[in-house]
Write a protein that binds this ligand. Sequence first.
Ligand SMILES: [Zn+2]
Ligand SMILES: [Zn+2]
Length: 734
Amino acid sequence: MHSLLPLNNQSCVVSVLLPLPLNKEYHYNANPMLELNRGDLVEVPFSRRRLLGVVLSLSNETHAELKRLRWVIRRFDLLRLPKNLIDLVEWTASWTLAPRGSVLRMVLSTPSAFDSPKSILFYALASQENRICPKRLTNARRRVLSVFNDCIVIDHKNLLRKAVVGSRVIKSMVESGILDCSSAIQYPIFEPPDITGEWEILNTEQQKAVKILSSRINANRFSVTAVEGIKGSGKTEVYFRAIAETLAAGKQVLVLLPEIVFSSEWLERFTDRFAVKPAVWHSALQVRVRRDTWRAVAKGSVRVLFGARSALFLPFNELGLIVVDEEHESYYKQDVGVVYHARDMAVVRARLEGIPIILVSTTLSLETVENVRQGRYTSIHLAAFCSDINKPEVALIDLRKYSLDRGNFLSQPLIQAMQNTLDKGEQSMLFINRRGYAPLTLCNNCGHRLKCSKCTAWLVMHQMLNQLICHYCGLSTSLPKCCPLCNIRDSFIFSGPGVERLAEEMLLRFPDVKFQIASSDTVKGPNSTAELVRSMQSKEINVVISTQSIFKGYNFPFLTLVGVVDADLGLTGCDPRACERTYQLLHQVVGHVGGASRPAKILVQTLAPENPVMQAIASGDRESFLRFEINQRKAFGMPPYGKLAAIVISSLNLKQVDEVAQLIAKAMPRLNGVIILGPIPAPIAVIRCYHRRRFIVRADRKVNIQKVLRDWLAAIRPKSSVRIKVDVDPYNFM
Ligand SMILES: [Zn+2]
Ligand SMILES: [Zn+2]
C-alpha cells in the first residue's frame, strides 16, 4: 500500500469512475508515488463514504479546481482491470443507455476480491540445534510432535485437527522453541485442465467443423462462428476441441451457459474430457468461492470458466475464446438493473479482445441466422449421428374436433397415448407453461375475479400450498370464504389449466400413476433438479408434468411420449419472438426424447393447426419455419429487420408517473424511419403498487436508435420517485 501524503506538493489529477448509477466520472488528486494508470482500482472519498473505483484517465495538467479536489486514499495492488474490460463497460453503457457506473458495478460485483488475502500460519519442527528439548512432554505436546512424523510443514487448521489439541498448546510450543511458525498467503488452487487426454473419434462432419474452428483460433483475430446441431450431433465435442486448442495456445476460455444448466451432469462431460472440474460462475456461488474465482480469473490461474451471463464481466487478462452455448435462450437477456443481452455483449467483448467467438445452439436465434445470411458470421451445421428411423413422430391434435368437458384439458388421443405408454412401462411428460392450479379464480355468482391488491394481475390458485399467489409480486393470500363483491359463500370456481390441475385430471384417469410436478415451485435449485432427474431415470415415476424445458444436458431413455397441452399459449401477445420461442421449445423437445431402441411420440394440442408454426413443428421443416418467420418480421419491421426499444416509466405516485410520461411525450422526436407509440399503460399497468406507463419505439435498421433515445431523454430529469427504464431490443413486453 502506498502513502497518501504527496511529496513536494506535487500531484496529478485522475478521473475515477465509481460503481454508482451515475454516468459521470469524478476527479481526484493523486500522489504521483501511486503511479496510477488507467484500470487501476483505487479507494476514494465520496460524500461521507469511501468507495472503490477505477481510474479512467490521468493528466499532469494543473486542474482549475485542483485545490478543492479530494485525494485518492489508496491503490489496490492486487490487480488492474484489463483495458478491454473497461472498453466493454463503456460500450455496454452506450449500447444499453445504462449509466457507466451501473455497468462498472457488475464488474466490481465481488468487493471482497479486493481485500488483501488473509495469510495462514504454517508450522514446522524447530531445527535440531535450536530446539530446546523439554524435560517432560505432556500427552498433548506428544500428539503434536507425532504429527510431524508424516509431514514437514502443516497449516494451523490441520495441525489442530490431526493432533486433537487447542490453539494454546501450539502457541506454547512455539514460545518454548519446539515449533517454528511462519505465515504465508494461500491462494486457492484451480487445477489446469489436462488437454493431453484421449479424444472421441469424430465423424466426417465433426472433423470438418473442428478444422474450421481451428483455423479461426489460429487466425487469432475477431470472428463469429455459429454452430447448429440437435442433440446427438456432437457439437459439444466439437467446441471442446476448440477449447483444448485455445488452452494449448496459452489463452483463457469463457463458456457462457444458461443458469439452469449448472446443476446438470452436463458439466461432468467437461470433467471426463479435461480431468478437472471447470471453474464456474453463477448466482448460487458462496461468497468465498466467488471471491476466490474472481481473483483467480484476474491472476490467470483459472484457464476455463463456465459462467452464467454475468461472467461476461469478469477480469480475464488472456482471453482467447468465448463460447455461448444455447445462444438462442432468452435467458441471456437481463431484465433488471443494466438491461443487456449477454450474447450480444459477448460478441462485443470478442471484438474488443480481437478473438474468435462461437455461438452454439440446437436452433440458432433468428438474429444469428440473419447475421449468417448477411455474411457477418460463418455457420457450421452438424447433422445428427442417428438416422431418421429414431426421429420422434410429431402429430398435431386439433382441439376443435374434440369437445372437452369444462375443466378438462387432455384430449382423447393424448389420454389414449398415455395409456399405451404406461402399458409399455415407459414414461410420459405433459408440458404446460403455467404454474399452480388455475390462472384465474372467479365468483360463480357475480363473475368477480380475484386480483392482486398490488398489481393489475389475476391471482393464481396454488392448490398444493392452498394459497392464491400473484406471479408478479409474490403476494400470497388464502382463498376468501365469501366473494368480496356479492358476499355469497364458497362461490369461487377456477378457470384455465395449470400444472396442478392437469395432475388432478390425470389422476382421475390413471389413479395409480406415479408422477411429479416440475415447476419453479416444486423444483428449486440444483439438488432438487438432480433428484427429479434421478427418479425419472430410475423409473420411479411414470409421468412428469412440467412448466419448463428440463431437457438440457439430460437423457431420459424411457421418456417416449410428450404431450404439449396448450401449444397456442406461446403464440398470443405482442412479443415478436413468441412464435420463435414456441418453435424452439418444441424443436428441443423433439431432439431430446426417446432412445435408440424406443421410438418417441410428441402430441401437440392446438386450436390452430393451420398456423405455420404448428405446421413447421409437425413436419420438422426448419427452413419453412424460418421462411415464414422472416417474412413476418420483415413485414412488420421487427428485429432483426428493424429496431425496437421500450421506455417504461414507473412510480408509486400515479400523478407523477403520468406527468413524466406527458413530459416525455412532449419531447418526442419526429424523425424519418422512427415510429413511437405511447404513452399507454403497460400491459401489467401496476406491479408492486408501481404504476407503469410505456412507450414503444420502432426504427429502421439504419437508424441509430441509441442516439434517438439519448437525444430525446437528455432533458428529462424526473424526481427520484419516478424511474425511467430504457430497454433497447426488449424481450419482455409486459
Ligand atoms: Zn361474487
Ligand atoms: Zn402482485
